[in-house]
Write a protein that binds this ligand. Structure first.
Ligand code: TAP
Length: 483
């Protein structure tokens, strides 16, 4: 008999889908368009069942959305900071009021555990709007001599659909911009639900527009002449392409891209805490996290003990259905991503890595992959250099702090890093030398709306969160008056 908590009730989410007849158009100028033309299906990664049929946006849909955003921008920017703040507070509060519904829709569409959507994705999304309501009020003082960029085209990935939407929309709106956002093809539902909720919260028409579709829709948005800035989160490959096509266009650009973040364990570290750190670093959201600690670097003297404890811990991880509140990991977002993970793990083994996967039964019929450790990996191996974006961590050893730094920085990415040691001096000394936008000491995945998050090198540029993130949605303007 299973004495675990009852699974989360999915009836309200199913009701919401049914209210829309299982079909969604774009959200343009404050209402949903009638879906016409091409559509695609979004399904549950955990079962393969279809959830809804979604409009595939083309150039003319993007054009309409950009025009609505342009129409709304002047009056949105003309509001006082205080008035805009009230709208952001209303959005935050509306997210909180609908937290359960958002959490379940997100878990169904993305496949991630409802424990995470309920306790992390949704609360952090609300927090982002609350935090940026504060910045909106400071528009006239803190950001004097700056103006809104204008109309922003935003393209987001599937790994944190609602949270990435919040990271994009909250600072853009707070700083007086209007938005056209394209969610990922695999996970459009919470963006559409959020759009509906924005009407409940009283957001003026045209301030937020959502155009659904695949990469072609994203490309049409990025290349549209009517937008003033592109804010993109996704893979380095697509980011590189976007940088090329926007070059010379006058559009501002921020890119939040991939990562291959080091997780450095020194021999004086609290090893049990570090083992729990790995669980959070790589098995949270099935490792589909840009800042996942996917490369363990462990000091030689403790490597054997540490990896033994990690393997033992892995045996207690539970993989199950997203709405089961007792599980640690649920589904991978889509078959194509699952195949990529399987292929890369096979390649890792071919290249000489030692494979450990706990003997656990995976649910049938969906996209599931077990927690995986590849040890004895060479620093140049494909699995040590390429982002896997799945529940797979590789491990290597080092002898000295200098060697740890060298190994950690042996990457084309530079998003995050995590250092585990009981010596604050050693931790800070190493942290200063790491090529990363954010470094965590004795912790991992510590994100806050008040702190600018972003990368260097091929992890992109620009920041999301905090004061720095606001500046990315503004343009400086110098004023001079002749006597
Ligand atoms: P991508 O394949 O790059 O897709 C990201 C978004 O771009 C999707 O909405 C995608 O549409 C769209 N897109 C694809 N081709 C495009 C084009 N030519 N022009 C404009 N838009 C285009 O990434 P993904 O697989 O969804 O997400 C995983 C990646 O995102 C990983 O590399 C991860 O590290 C990165 N990521 C980074 C961060 C930060 S903050 N640095 C956070 C989360 C994720 P479709 O999905 O509909 O094809």
């Amino acid at each position: 008999m299973d004495y675990g908590p009852a699974p989360e009730d999915d009836a309200p989410a199913r009701d919401w889908l049914n209210r829309h007849g299982g079909t969604f158009g774009h959200f343009i100028g404050g209402s949903f368009t009638k879906p016409k033309g091409e559509t695609f299906e979004t399904s549950e990664p955990a079962t393969g069942a279809v959830l809804a049929s979604i409009a595939q946006g083309d150039g003319s849909d993007v054009d309409k959305a950009v025009k609505e955003a342009r129409k709304a921008q002047k009056s949105w920017a003309a509001l006082t900071g205080h008035q805009r703040a009230r709208h952001l507070y209303a959005l935050a509060r509306t997210i909180q009021r609908n937290a359960r519904l958002l959490a379940v829709v997100e878990s169904l569409d993305n496949g991630k555990p409802v424990r995470e959507t309920r306790d992390i994705d949704v609360p952090l999304a609300a927090r982002h709007f609350y935090h940026h309501a504060g910045w909106a009020q400071l528009m006239g003082s803190e950001f004097s001599d700056h103006q809104p960029v204008g109309v922003v085209g935003q393209v987001i990935p599937w790994n944190f659909p609602l949270l990435m939407l919040a990271w994009k929309i909250a600072p853009a709106l707070a700083m007086g911009n209007t938005v056209v956002l394209k969610p990922a093809e695999f996970t459009p539902l919470t963006a559409l639900l959020f759009a509906e909720l924005s009407q409940v919260a009283g957001l003026p028409d045209g301030v937020l527009n959502i155009v659904t579709g695949d990469g072609k829709t994203g490309a049409a948005l990025v290349e549209h002449d009517g937008i003033d800035k592109v804010a993109f989160t996704g893979s380095t490959e697509v980011g590189r392409h976007i940088r090329k096509v926007t070059a010379g266009s006058g559009k501002s650009l921020t890119l939040e891209l991939g990562g291959k973040s080091p997780f450095i364990v020194f021999e004086d570290a609290d090893l049990d805490a570090a083992v729990e750190g790995v669980v959070d670093a790589i098995w949270f959201n099935q490792g589909q996290v840009c800042c996942a600690g996917s490369r363990i670097l462990v000091q030689e003297g403790v490597a054997e003990t540490f990896l033994k404890r990690l393997r033992a811990r892995m045996d207690y991880l539970r993989v199950g259905q997203p709405l089961d509140k007792s599980i640690d990991m649920a589904a991978i977002v889509a078959p194509v991503q699952l195949e990529r993970i399987e292929r890369m793990v096979a390649q890792g083994v071919e290249e000489g890595a030692k494979l450990h996967q706990p003997q656990i039964e995976l649910p049938k019929g969906g996209c599931f992959f077990p927690p995986t450790l590849l040890s004895d990996v060479q620093p140049t191996a494909t699995v040590a250099t390429e982002e896997i974006f799945g529940p797979v961590v590789v491990s290597m050893t080092f002898r000295t702090p200098d060697e740890a730094v060298q190994l950690a920085n042996h990457s084309r990415y530079g998003l995050s890093a995590s250092v585990w040691s009981e010596s604050i001096n050693l931790s800070l000394e190493v942290a200063a030398k790491l090529e990363a936008g954010v470094v965590w000491v004795n912790g991992t995945n510590m994100l806050d709306a008040a702190v600018g998050f972003g990368g260097k090198r091929e992890s992109g540029f620009g920041r999301e969160g905090g004061r720095e993130g606001c500046y990315d949605y503004l343009r400086p303007k110098a004023w001079a008056k002749n006597k």
